[in-house]
Design a protein around this ligand. Structure first.
Ligand code: HSE
Length: 341
């Protein structure tokens, strides 16, 4: 399976780690033999249509800061768009950073991949938050698949749980802690009484926060995930502008203390129960949804199965890369069974 990897940050590099570590198991267990034919980053691209040597690329990236520095396979002038248009591959992985205002370069990369007959796996939430219904239609029109497990819950299979395990049931409501950074900040503030600023600084150091942490703090990242869950799991047709959003900037140590005295915690909750919302809410400390640190948790309320909560690490490079691997295998299974949806 030939793969183009657009964006070689923490997630992209973790994915190449997984490919290297799991080469033999992937082949033996799934007959899956990924051949990465091109990788791009902000400095340009590295291309080898026979398959890049990922160890070599990783060490060049670490040493030089860009894969384009490869003296044999590097191309400083080539953009993601050039690569997607000119290089043949079955799959394009979109792992550039999220831009919640324009969705770019993600939206253009995904559209070009569809137009050139490539299936897409994205970890970039921007395109989905702004244009989910359009992108799904475009994928169907071009008879290609679009997968995005890593956009919600990091490595935790939140989307797959609802889509596959609750198949046939009707999910009526969803409530979730969908952002690791804000959950980490609120936990640090509640448990260690540290200031908002200190907790944010530490979340950034640990690599949980978005490039622009306002996306986390102001609730946009959670809202993007609400859009993805609503469209994919509940067949809603809404985008980011339809979500009512309040972030956590105004949460004080005092408010957390008052909640704590009532046996509650303040958490940033994304909900789809009528109108989609993101807002800080008080929840009971013994509610399964009330997880701490960087954990995410989502409660699904279904017509027959009732309330179920799935919990796991919601952010991190290797966790998100594991979701990409799941998506790649899912596409492989769909293609083997000739199912294009
Ligand atoms: N910044 C996000 C979070 C990363 O903290 O949850 C994963 O989407």
């Amino acid at each position: 399976m030939r793969i183009i990897l657009i964006g070689y940050g923490v997630v992209g590099q973790s994915l190449t780690d997984i490919f290297l570590q799991r080469k033999i198991e992937n082949l033996r267990n799934y007959g899956f033999n990924p051949k990465v034919v091109a990788i791009t980053d902000r400095g340009g691209a590295a291309i080898n249509i026979k398959g890049l040597d990922l160890k070599r690329i990783q060490s060049i990236k670490k040493r030089e800061g860009t894969v384009a520095a490869d003296s044999v396979f590097g191309h400083r002038q080539m953009s993601g768009q050039d690569i997607i248009q000119s290089i043949e591959a079955e799959i394009m992985i979109e792992a550039t950073s999220t831009n919640i205002t324009t969705g770019e370069p993600g939206i253009s990369n995904i559209k070009t991949a569809f137009n050139t007959g490539k299936h897409v796996v994205t970890t970039n939430k921007g395109p989905l938050a702004l244009s989910f219904p359009t992108l799904i239609e475009l994928a169907e029109h071009n008879k290609v698949l679009l997968r995005f497990s890593g956009t919600v819950g990091g490595g935790t299979p939140i989307l797959e749980f609802a889509k596959k395990c609750l198949e046939g049931d009707r999910i009526k409501e969803i409530h979730g802690i969908l952002n690791g950074t804000t959950n980490y900040i609120l936990t640090e503030m509640a448990e260690k009484k540290v200031t908002f600023e200190k907790a944010l600084e530490s979340a950034q150091k640990l690599g949980y926060a978005e490039t622009n942490p306002a996306m986390d703090i102001d609730g946009l990242d959670s809202a993007a995930k609400v859009v993805i869950i609503g469209n994919w799991i509940m067949n809603k047709k809404f985008t980011l502008k339809d979500v009512d959003i309040i972030g956590i900037r105004d949460i004080t140590l005092n408010a957390l203390e008052i909640a704590s005295k009532k046996g509650k915690r303040i958490k940033l909750i994304g909900s789809i129960d009528g109108k989609p919302t993101v807002a800080p809410k008080e929840i009971e400390r013994n509610d399964p949804l009330c997880v701490n640190g960087v954990l995410n948790a989502v409660t699904f309320v279904s017509e027959y199965a009732g309330r179920e909560t799935i919990i796991g690490r919601g952010a991190g490079g290797i966790e998100t890369a594991s979701a990409v691997l799941r998506d790649l295998l899912d596409i492989k299974h769909h293609l083997a069974n000739k199912i294009l949806s």
